[in-house]
Ligand binder design. Structure first.
Ligand code: KIV
Length: 271
C-alpha cells in the first residue's frame, strides 16, 4: 500500500515523489471498464492502456494492427472506471512515427476524446522531436526503451535487449535524451537488471520496468499475463498471481453442465 498518505489522485508529481522517497510504483495494463474499476479499487498507482490490447483483446500476433480509434475506445472505457490512479495511453504504431505534427495530433485526440492523463510512445532519438512537440502542448509523455514491440519487424525477435555494451550505451543515451526532452517517466522493457539499475540511478525521473529487474523505480505487467488469463506466454520476468484461464474454464464447464442437466435455473432463480 502507498506510503503517500495524501494521495487523492496519482499524478506525474506523485510518481516523482515516490521515486524520491523510495516507494516503488505499481503499474498494470487495463483496456476495459470492469477490470479497470477493480484494479483502481485495489490501489494500483498507474493503469496503462497499452497497445498490447492488440494482442490480448483483439488476438493479433503483434501490437502493430491496433488503430488510434481503437485505443481511444479502450482508454475511454478505462477512464470512466477510475477514481485514484493515473491513466497513461499508448500511441499506437503509425500514429506518431511519421512526423511530429501527426504525433501531436494523435496525442491531442487521445487527451481530448478519452480524458486520459498522459501518453506513452516507443523510441529514443528518432522520436525526440515528436516527444518535445507533444510535451510543449501540455501533454505528459512516458518514454519506452529496450524491447519496443512496435519495432518487432526491425528486430525480428522478442529476446532480451541491450546485452551488448554498444546497445546498452545507446539505451542510456536515449534515456537521458527523453529526460531532457521533458518526459515524466520511462518504461524499460526486457533488459539486463544491472542496466535497469544504472538507468534508474542516473536518470532522475521514475523508471518503470517490465523484465528490467528489481532495481528500477516500479514494475509493470500486462494484466492478462499477471492474472493468468493468457496461458501460452511464460517469459522469465512474469509472475502469475492467478490461473484465471483455468478458473474461468472450470466455471464455464459448471455452467454448461448446469444448463444441460436443467439444474440452472432453480425455483429461486426464476420469476
Ligand atoms: O502495451 C503494453 O502493454 C506495454 C507494456 C508492455 C509496458 O507497453
Amino acid at each position: 500500500m502507498s506510503q503517500h498518505k495524501e494521495i487523492k489522485r496519482v499524478t506525474a508529481h506523485t510518481l516523482q515523489w515516490m521515486k524520491q522517497n523510495n516507494e516503488k510504483i505499481s503499474m498494470l495494463t487495463a483496456y476495459d471498464f470492469s477490470m479497470a474499476s477493480i484494479l483502481d479499487d485495489a490501489g494500483i498507482d498507474v493503469l496503462l492502456v497499452g497497445d498490447s490490447a492488440s494482442n490480448v483483446m483483439a488476438g493479433h500476433e503483434t501490437t502493430l494492427p491496433i488503430t488510434l480509434d481503437q485505443m481511444i475506445y479502450h482508454a475511454s472505457s478505462v477512464i470512466r472506471a477510475i477514481h485514484r490512479c493515473m491513466v497513461v495511453v499508448d500511441l499506437p504504431f503509425g500514429s506518431y512515427q511519421g512526423n511530429s505534427k501527426e504525433a501531436l495530433n494523435s496525442a491531442i485526440r487521445i487527451m481530448k476524446e478519452t480524458g486520459a492523463h498522459a501518453i506513452k510512445l516507443e523510441g529514443g532519438e528518432e522520436v525526440l522531436e515528436s516527444v518535445k512537440r507533444i510535451i510543449s502542448a501540455g501533454v505528459p509523455v512516458m518514454g519506452h526503451l529496450g524491447l519496443t514491440p512496435q519495432s518487432i519487424n526491425k528486430f525480428g525477435t522478442y529476446s532480451v535487449r541491450a546485452k551488448e555494451d554498444a546497445e546498452a550505451e545507446e539505451l542510456v543515451k536515449n534515456a537521458h535524451l527523453l529526460q531532457e526532452a521533458g518526459c515524466f517517466s520511462i518504461v524499460l522493457e526486457k533488459i539486463p537488471a544491472n542496466l535497469g539499475k544504472r538507468v534508474a540511478e542516473e536518470i532522475k525521473i521514475p523508471i518503470i520496468g517490465i523484465g528490467a529487474g528489481k532495481y528500477v523505480d516500479g514494475q509493470v505487467l500486462v494484466m492478462h499475463d499477471m492474472l493468468g488469463i493468457t496461458k501460452d506466454f511464460s517469459p522469465r520476468f512474469l509472475r502469475r498471481y492467478l490461473n484465471l484461464y483455468q478458473e474461468i474454464k472450470v466455471a464455464t464447464q459448471h455452467f454448461i453442465s448446469d444448463v444441460k442437466t436443467e439444474d440452472f435455473p432453480n425455483d429461486q432463480e426464476q420469476y
